[in-house]
Write a protein that binds this ligand. Sequence first.
Ligand SMILES: [Mg+2]
Length: 260
Amino acid sequence: MRSYHPAMPVRLAVGEGAFTGSGFLFDKDGTLVSFDHWLAVMGERARRLAGELELAEPEHQMLRRFMGLDRDRPGPTRGTILHLPRCDVEDAVALYLASRRSGDLGATRDLVGRVFREVDEEFPFERHLRPTAGAEEGLRAIHRAGGKTAIVTHDTASAARRHLAALGWEDLVSVVVGLDVCEKRKPDPESVLMACDALGVPPEETVMVGDTVTDLLAGRAAGCGGTIAVLTGLGTEEELAPYADLVVPDLTSISWARAA
Ligand SMILES: [Mg+2]
């Protein structure tokens, strides 16, 4: 997946702040796409599990809240398992259900694994994929200016590629690193360094963009030339600001142009 066309320097500007880089590394959920698709998938998983286990409605609602959905508040619920990688969500749900129902953990794991696989195969997630404000325009502007982009995600790269295909963004992102490609999780820098290597751009000429502290820490640990926090995901400005060179409400705040 190494990229052979050399990346061109792109100037990224936010108000007075500016960086020049030729590789732009984006987290996926909360940064390029909203959590809507993930919430929909979680809701469908909870619905099917409730059906299989014949849970009463209050138990179903408790399971939904555990999985990051709150009937009374739209959008992602902070402090839940919503931000966890796929494999950890499966484990966490199995443990939760087994402990609440005093059930056999092995059998519960098998059930949760099966339901999650069925939802992955059958659920029309693409109907719920929503780019964050400015995401597509940003990727297109970087592409036009000759820069390179990568996704560094805790989702699997295969799922991220399905998302890119559904959004019509395959040509806008050169490299995808997920947990099936690199097992080390952010804030470890390894996945970021793998993305830089695959782009053929040294880390100091890249900028990492993400919605969580772990994205920003991984970018700094990898030696990225800049880190940008977006407030379209789970992190708040207070949490993210100490680890970011710039904090923006969303990607529409950034202008990208070929560096002079
Ligand atoms: Mg994220």
